[in-house]
Ligand binder design. Sequence first.
Ligand code: NAP
Length: 231
Amino acid sequence: MNAKIFAAALVVVCFGGVVHARTIAIIGTGDVGATLGPRWAAAGHEIVYGSRSPESGRVQALVVETGVDAWAALPSDAAVAAEVIVLAIPFSVVEDLLPRLGDQQGKIVIDCTNPLSRDLADLVVGHGSSGAEIVAGLLPGARVVKALNTTGVSNMRDTAYPDGPPTMLMAGESAMAKAVVAGLISDLGFEPVDAGPLKSARWLEPLAMLWIELAYRQGMGDDIAFKLIRR
Ligand SMILES: NC(=O)c1ccc[n+]([C@@H]2O[C@H](COP(=O)([O-])OP(=O)(O)OC[C@H]3O[C@@H](n4cnc5c(N)ncnc54)[C@H](OP(=O)(O)O)[C@@H]3O)[C@@H](O)[C@H]2O)c1
């Protein structure tokens, strides 16, 4: 039995016969990519980092930290190999980078980006559109889900709060894709909440700005998170 089949079998055993291990391409190895990768790997997923410099010492150290099933490749090779693609890149590069990923028809794409201005003080897209809708336009046929953009890496790393798990809102057109993304969000310890169609990214991206404002300009720090409460 080779290592990958053994790892898959282990996941089947550990999760009571439900196969849910996925190959996830994380495009970008900065704060978000390097935080999500090890956490999803620990939940049993195979991680391939899509990087401009997959052979660099920095990226190879991240691969080693992530675990035995992790590897790194150029972004287009990583995207081809995966069933779920996570965009952990500056929004300013999507127009150049996404068309170079090739045909991503049918793939699930998690858009974590926020269309921030250079000084991080404003959104450069809003009201009548969203970064996520621009991303979807650059990846024809992909099932784009906006998610993991409304919080900081501090919470992607650790979702433990005394009042229970933070909410992670997501938006997208495909119910199937949102079900998969909800599972991945749960693996990180967030409570996934469906905010409706991709157009709702127009409201999720300003919510990210609010988190940034509270954490950094209002001085609350990054150990804060949004939670939906119900009665
Ligand atoms: N940081 C947060 O707390 C947070 C939270 C929610 C959402 N976001 C959003 O998530 C995205 C990633 O954020 P981040 O904090 O991880 O950013 P980051 O630390 O700057 O990392 C971005 C990564 O994108 C890749 N990249 C590809 N082309 C690039 C280019 N031309 N210039 C610079 N980087 C390029 C790089 O990886 P390679 O060198 O391997 O190619 C780089 O490490 C952003 O859109 C951000 O707004 C961030």
